[in-house]
Design a protein around this ligand. Structure first.
Ligand SMILES: [Zn+2]
Length: 354
């Protein structure tokens, strides 16, 4: 049986006078005249035409040549095809680069993300990734759910208070999207070595943990460097830089730039770590905005697109303005640099003697 073609779901249409204007991204096609005859053909095209039928209608041939048509999905009992129907329309636009939307969906489903830290930000990231069809996770956190988490985390409920966050998160994730794999590791990270077996072979590390400040970023960045795992680090208002490969800046390049600008930065961190841990304010909408951005970066990477935070940091200010700060790879970075003994001290130096 001939494969049928139909209009891609993301094609936009405007009827202007006697013409129909169709657009897909930056590509435009004008069909004129566009009468009731063409309108009827367009409705028929929604359910699929064979290649021969398309070839017999000049304006449809032009749409086909411009990449506006896609193959209809073959009959399948795969529930994911129904679940991700609207996502498939989105992925359909990427078929122009040569891969089918089903291959791209499969790539997301097979992708393995390691998530370190299950705070409020992580809860928004996790649900966004599940909505985008990401299918394999390792979640790492040493804490139990507290009542005070519930003003910003959508992974937990009051009934979960006192239970390990990783256990509760895995249950919530499986409930939302049953065909995923979730591995849990209840661990309060104390050094980079603990992370190596978890990072090894993963497609992406998302670090959403914040304690101890900066030091946890160092451990995660260093472990990801050793296992050659792409990594994105974020907190509620700061995301990046995204490190995919050796030539990209890492999160400790960001630290080293701060050290160059302010040589006492390390001493300030040491003092901060010695202070009792405070309870900073946390407002859920910030987490949801930043979490959406983090998840979008992750999905772009997993689909083979370039993340927006390569060699730069995205920040969200308290007045809701957002923007990017450049963050070049720093040769004096203690994790990815090449300066040897001239490298700037890393944040873990602040823990010595404590
Ligand atoms: Zn670096």
């Amino acid at each position: 049986m001939d494969t049928k073609l139909r209009l891609r779901g993301r094609v936009q249409m405007i009827w202007v006078d006697d013409a129909l204007l169709l657009s897909l991204g930056a590509t435009r096609v004008r069909v004129a005249p566009f009468t009731d005859k063409e309108l009827a053909e367009l409705h028929e095209l929604r359910s699929g035409f064979t290649a021969d039928q398309v070839a017999g209608v000049p304006w449809m041939s032009r749409l086909y040549g411009a990449g506006f048509l896609e193959e209809c999905a073959s009959a399948s009992s795969d529930p994911d095809l129904a679940r991700f129907d609207r996502l498939l329309h989105f992925l359909s636009e990427m078929e122009l680069s040569g891969e089918s939307r089903f291959t791209l969906l499969r790539r997301l489903h097979d992708a393995h993300c390691v998530i370190v830290g299950l705070g409020g930000l992580a809860s928004w990231v996790v649900y966004n990734l599940l909505c985008c069809g990401v299918g394999r996770f390792t979640v790492i956190d040493g804490d139990v759910v507290e009542m005070s988490n519930l003003n910003r985390s959508i992974l937990f409920s009051e009934a979960d208070v006192g239970r390990p966050k990783v256990t509760v998160a895995a249950e919530a994730m499986r409930r939302f999207y049953p065909s995923i794999e979730v591995t849990t590791r209840q661990l309060t990270v104390t050094c980079q070595e603990e992370l190596l077996p978890e990072f090894d072979g993963a497609d992406l590390v998302l670090s959403l943990a914040d304690q101890p400040p900066w030091v946890i970023k160092e451990w995660i960045t260093a472990a990801a460097q050793r296992t050659k795992t792409p990594a994105l680090l974020a907190n509620g208002s700061r995301v990046g830089p995204f490190r995919r490969e050796e030539s990209d800046a890492c999160a400790m390049c960001d630290w080293s730039h701060q050290m160059e600008r302010q040589p006492l930065y390390g001493d300030l961190l040491r003092r901060q770590i010695r202070l009792p841990r405070g309870s900073s304010g946390a407002l859920s909408p910030y987490g949801s905005m930043t979490g959406g951005f983090v998840a979008m970066e992750a999905v772009r990477h997993l689909l083979g697109l370039e993340p927006a935070t390569l060699n730069r940091v995205w920040r969200l200010a308290s007045d809701f303005t957002a923007g990017f700060d450049p963050c070049a790879k720093n040769p004096r970075c203690g994790v990815c640099g090449t300066a040897g003994e001239q490298a700037l001290p890393l944040p873990s130096r602040s823990l010595e003697g404590l």
